[in-house]
Write a protein that binds this ligand. Structure first.
Ligand code: PLP
Length: 356
C-alpha cells in the first residue's frame, strides 16, 4: 500500500487517473487520443467549457468574474499580475509569508512601486503576520493564502480597506468553503488540488482590468485571453482535461463544503497526534497551521533518519520537509483519503512507542 504525501505535484483521485489514461488511448469514444485532438474542435471545446463552468459553480462566482486556464505556472502570474494591474503611478501592497510571496514581490518591483506591509521572515515564516493595515491609495493587496513550504495558512481573509485583493492560492485552492468573491483576482498552478502540472487557473473580476496605460504583449494580457476564451495560442489541452476531471470529482464529493469537512478532519487527526508526542515539535503556531501542509521537526534531530526510514519502509512518499525548513512535511491535499492520515498517525504512534 502506497501513501502519497507529496507537496506538489501531488496525489490525484484514482478515478481521475483511470479516466485520464483511458482518454490518452481513446478520448470520448472518438478513436483519437486526447493528446491528438485539435484545441479548436468541439471535442476540446466541451472540455474547456465544462472546466470553466465547474470552477464557477464550485467557487460560486458572480457573473462579473472571468475564468482562464493559462500556461506558465503560478510563477508566470507573479509577473502577469503586476504587468496588468500596476502602473508607475500606483503602489501594490504585499504580505511576505515565504519564498513564493517574496518571489511575487521581486517580480512586481519590476513593474511599479511595491510596499511590503508585513513579513514573517524573521521567524523563518512560521506564522501569518497580523499587525498591519492597508492604507489607500493602494492598487491591490497580494497574499499567498497557503504557504506550501512552511505549513502556514491564512484562515481569515485580511481586511483590505476597500483595496482589491489578489491571492496566490496554488496550494489551497478548492480545499475549503469560502467566499471567493471577496477576492478580485485568484491564481493557482493546477498541480496540487486541481490536476496535473501544466495549466494555471486565473479567476479575475473584469472591473479590475483595463486600468494601466502600458502596452502589454498579447500573451501576457488578461483581457486578450478573456476575448480569446483561453485560446490565444494552443492551450495545455491534457492538463486542462485533467483539471476538468479533478473538478468533476470534487463536485461529486459534495464540492468545497464536503471537502472542507474532510480536510478539517484529516488535519485535526494529524496535528492532535503530533501535539501529543513529546519529542515532536510542529513548527507552526496553532492559529496559523495549514490544513494542506503539516510541518514538524523532531526535538532530537537524531530521530529524523529512523523516522524517515520507517516511513519509507511503510510506502509513505513525500514526507521530507522542504530543504529550507528541514524536518518533515506531510501534505494532505483534497485527493488524499482519510485512511492515509490514519495510517501515518498509526506509524507515528508506533514510532513513539519505540523511541519515546
Ligand atoms: C504557494 C505557491 N505559489 C507558487 C508556486 C510556484 O508554482 P509554479 O511552479 O506552478 O510556478 C508554488 C509551488 O509549489 C506554491 O506552492
Amino acid at each position: 500500500m502506497i501513501h502519497n504525501f507529496n507537496a506538489g505535484p501531488s496525489i490525484l483521485p484514482d478515478q481521475v487517473l483511470q479516466e485520464a489514461s483511458r482518454a490518452i488511448i481513446n478520448f470520448n469514444d472518438s478513436g483519437l487520443s486526447i493528446l491528438e485532438i485539435g484545441h479548436r474542435t468541439p471535442l476540446f471545446e466541451s472540455v474547456l467549457d465544462e472546466a470553466r463552468s465547474l470552477v464557477r459553480e464550485l467557487m460560486n462566482l458572480p457573473s462579473d468574474y472571468e475564468v482562464l486556464f493559462l500556461h506558465g505556472g503560478a510563477t508566470t502570474q507573479f509577473m502577469t499580475v503586476p504587468l496588468n494591474l500596476l502602473d508607475e503611478a500606483g503602489t501594490a501592497a504585499y504580505i511576505d509569508t515565504g519564498v513564493w510571496s517574496s518571489k511575487a514581490i521581486q517580480y512586481a518591483k519590476q513593474f511599479g512601486k511595491v510596499k511590503v506591509l508585513a513579513s514573517s521572515q524573521e521567524a523563518n515564516y512560521t506564522y501569518i503576520p497580523k499587525n498591519f493595515s492597508v492604507d489607500p491609495p493602494v492598487t491591490y493587496l497580494h497574499i499567498t493564502t497557503n504557504n506550501t513550504i512552511y505549513g502556514t495558512e491564512w484562515h481569515k481573509i485580511p481586511y483590505s480597506n476597500g483595496v482589491p485583493v489578489v491571492a496566490d492560492m496554488s496550494s489551497d485552492i478548492f480545499s475549503r468553503e469560502m467566499d471567493y468573491s471577496k477576492f478580485d483576482l485568484i491564481y493557482a498552478g493546477a498541480q496540487k488540488n486541481m490536476g496535473a502540472a501544466g495549466t494555471t487557473l486565473v479567476v479575475v473580476k473584469k472591473s479590475l482590468l483595463g486600468k494601466v496605460q502600458r502596452k502589454i504583449p498579447g500573451i501576457m494580457d488578461y483581457q486578450k485571453h478573456i476575448e480569446a476564451g483561453s485560446m490565444l495560442n494552443t492551450p495545455p489541452v491534457f492538463a486542462i482535461y485533467v483539471s476538468m476531471l479533478t473538478l468533476r470529482w470534487l463536485k461529486a464529493q459534495g464540492g468545497t463544503a464536503a471537502i472542507d469537512q474532510l480536510n478539517t478532519k484529516k488535519a485535526a487527526l494529524l496535528y492532535d497526534t503530533l501535539d501529543r508526542i513529546p519529542f515532536i515539535k510542529p513548527t507552526v503556531a496553532k492559529e496559523d497551521r495549514s490544513r494542506m501542509n503539516v510541518c514538524f521537526v523532531m526535538k532530537d534531530p537524531a530521530l529524523e533518519q529512523p523516522f524517515m526510514d520507517k516511513c519509507k519502509a511503510a510506502g509513505m512518499y513525500g514526507v521530507k520537509g522542504h530543504r529550507s525548513v528541514g524536518g518533515f512535511r506531510i501534505s494532505l491535499y483534497n485527493a488524499l483519503p482519510l485512511s492515509s492520515v490514519e495510517d501515518i498517525v498509526a506509524l507515528i504512534e508506533d514510532f513513539a512507542k519505540t523511541h519515546g
